[in-house]
Write a protein that binds this ligand. Structure first.
Ligand code: NAD
Length: 374
């Protein structure tokens, strides 16, 4: 790329994307038009009278797990794309991001009421694991064929304002789906079996957004020379220590991480609320709200960054069935699997955090990023 992407005209950027990002003219036409007609929107949600547009940006030059890719970002906030791009550039000079996502296992909850003997009922539920799993799996043969389905059954006794409650968890591998609807159907199907076993009544049956089994992680190492020396590494680490100690700062840190993540979640037609509730619950898991990123100095005096968070997104089902621009975004990145998308999203979050922290500890938010590196 002779000219920097952000310095190009819109037409030059489009030409660059056609050359490099495996998109064709038809894909570009989709992005120009927003990817969603009113008729398509009408089949997505209720009471439609029109559609609503947002800027669609591309960020080339990301290196994730050794693969160079262009990231789609949809969002309204100025400077977010720019600082994420700066973070991506710094990372690419240093070999890029290394990311890994766990299996796509999510929790479906069934609240059991009217149980006189919670402790012995709990054992009855655990003994009937096979039958409960079968009832859940039978309602999604497609998922089962793809290697997904119910992996385990847990039964918890939860103390509530109404006394002891038995809460059953189905741990379900949803493969490439975001999975909420899949799980909602499976817990509905399993509930009558649990009612028969316990003699109780299944009340709330629904997915949990506390996705502690569906975690994505990414890391990056930046040479101290690329940050202006070890003193800047120390400033980075000190900024992290501040965020780790003070929830006022931690919340803003995580908002900055999501400045990178959420535009990719939107671009791929995924559920922003599901991602954000997962991030916040994980950030607060120790009882104090903390950053989902970590910055440390390694033995060589270089900066090491890490992100760890639930990441609940899919490449099939949900909105992607209707939204052509969401499918084009996945094509732009060459992604078909949910795990790959999760790895990309946390890497983009780490890039956003890197870009903005770099500005904060050097020239400040309103300074010139390129000046800081001179
Ligand atoms: P879905 O039901 O549209 O698609 C999932 C289904 O696709 C699976 O059950 C399976 O049968 C099929 N499938 C085909 N190929 C697959 C593959 N490779 N991997 C996995 N499944 C495959 O969608 P969903 O992902 O279950 O639900 C997502 C939607 O649910 C989102 O729109 C979200 O906003 C919404 N939602 C979220 C919540 C929440 O987060 N609390 C609650 C309700 C609804």
């Amino acid at each position: 790329m002779n000219k920097k992407f952000d310095m190009m005209s819109i037409e030059e950027r489009r030409a660059y994307i056609l050359e490099t990002a495996v998109l064709d003219e038809e894909d570009l036409e989709i992005l120009k038009n927003g990817g969603l007609t009113t008729e398509m929107a009408d089949s997505m949600v209720e009471n439609v009278i029109g559609t609503y547009s947002l800027p669609f940006s591309a960020v080339p030059g990301f290196v994730i797990n050794g693969k160079e890719m262009t990231i789609p970002m949809v969002g309204e906030e100025p400077y977010v794309t720019q600082s994420t791009m700066h973070g991506a550039e710094l990372a690419a000079k240093n070999g890029g991001f290394t990311a890994i996502a766990s299996e796509s296992v999510m929790v479906g909850q069934i609240q059991m009421t009217g149980i006189a003997n919670p402790k012995t009922s709990r054992l009855g539920i655990l003994r009937a694991k096979e039958e409960i799993s079968r009832a859940a799996n039978d309602c999604d043969p497609v998922l089962l064929k793809l290697g997904g389905g119910c992996r385990d059954v847990e039964a918890r006794i939860v103390e509530s304002i109404q006394g002891s409650m038995v809460v059953v968890h189905l741990l379900i591998d949803v493969r490439d789906a975001m999975g909420a609807q899949t799980i909602n159907r499976m817990v509905e199907a399993a509930a009558p079996v649990i009612e028969r076993i316990t003699g109780g009544k299944a009340n709330v049956k629904v997915v949990s957004n506390n996705a502690v089994y569906r975690i994505a992680r990414a890391s990056v190492t930046i040479r101290k020379e690329d940050l202006g020396g070890e003193e800047f590494v120390d400033r980075f680490v000190s900024a992290y220590a501040f965020a780790d100690a003070d929830p006022f700062r931690a919340v803003t840190n995580n908002k900055g991480v999501m400045n990178g993540m959420i535009p990719v979640v939107v671009a791929t037609g995924n559920d922003t609320r599901a991602v954000e509730s997962g991030v916040h619950s994980y950030a607060a898991r120790t009882g104090r709200y903390r950053p989902i990123t970590v910055w440390e100095k390694n033995a060589d005096g270089n900066l090491e960054g890490m992100i760890e968070t639930p990441m609940v997104v899919g490449t099939v089902g949900g909105t992607s069935r209707f939204h052509t621009a969401a499918r084009t975004s996945l094509k732009m990145m060459g992604i078909t699997k949910a795990k790959e998308l999760e790895e990309v999203i946390v890497s983009v979050g780490l890039a956003a955090n890197l870009g903005v922290l770099y500005s904060l500890v050097t020239v400040g938010l309103f300074g010139d990023f390129d000046d800081a590196r001179k």
